[in-house]
Design a binder for this molecule. Sequence first.
Ligand code: SF4
Length: 368
Amino acid sequence: MMDRSKILNWLREEDPQRLDALWSQADTVRRENVGEEIHLRGLIEISNFCVRRCAYCGLRADNQDLKRYRMSETEIMGCVRQALDFGYGTVVVQSGEDYGIKTDWLAGIIRRIKAETPLAVTLSLGERPDEDLIAWREAGADRYLLRFETSNRTLYDRIHPPLPGKRSDRIAILRKLQLLGYEAGSGVMVGIPGQTYEDLADDIETFRCLDLDMIGVGPYIPHPQTPLWREMPPSIKTGGRPADPFGGPQFRQNGQQVPNTEGMTYKVIALTRIVCPKANIPSTTALATLNLANGREQGLARGANVVMPNLTPPAYRALYEIYPAKACVFENPRDCHACLHRRILSMGRKVGIGRGDSPRRTSLDARK
Ligand code: SF4
């Protein structure tokens, strides 16, 4: 049993040979529980408007330097058809928390996708009210992603200012999504300034408690137009992206600060796979951003089984800048598709066929 103290020990482990044992265990658990298929989810970033002010995110409402866009129904359906052409089983419809996306308008698009294609629809649209979540589920949406980012409430409040008069409680929303019959997905950032190893161990325990269908884990990548960047020591803000965002003593927390590195992200992916064996776990674009050569492959070799190729039209893609210098921003979707296929086959894995529903759900349904 991977209990909390073992999780903590692994998070602090730096010996490459011992870490090989962790990678190997995660890969075995992945193979036994979700198989060799890697599911491709076509990502459509339909709007970069956002009313929120998350302290790490380039889409935050008060970033005046960002040109905003919202895709039309015709543009969205064009991306959906491309997903079909490429043989993907799912589209992920993502945006900032944008109330310009009207409930009925999006419900109509979901109904069209479900009527015209066999695709699963995943939504990732922020903390929308219950009425919206209900309407979209009734329209046919299958899954909803909402990262809780950190289980440390004080840290969460520091980086997620709520809307006026509201309290942000993403864990409560995730439970609601499950009750509504969505496959629920969540996740965290690794290496948020102020995040400790204890926090990260709690995050992984929270994944276990929530019994999630999908879990996404990515490194914190600093964005210059954000408060978290502005808090960093000036000495390390060179070259557009600090090599070590925790160079100042206020970030180090006496050795408790989790680094936002590739290696630490792999540890969290591997531990998440072991703790939640049947979850769908993506190897994220943020990982590919830290290591374009083979970050995605290493994530897939250490527990992940999902990749999310970007179908957003190139004209909008660079504007969906949660963090800077995102991998694959200038590739067109066809090139991305071919590249991912090549990478998956070269690992000896298979490209998933069909919707790639949550194996956790499928085994629960079989027991009914
Ligand atoms: S993380 Fe999401 S909700 Fe927060 S500012 Fe960025 S897009 Fe908006």
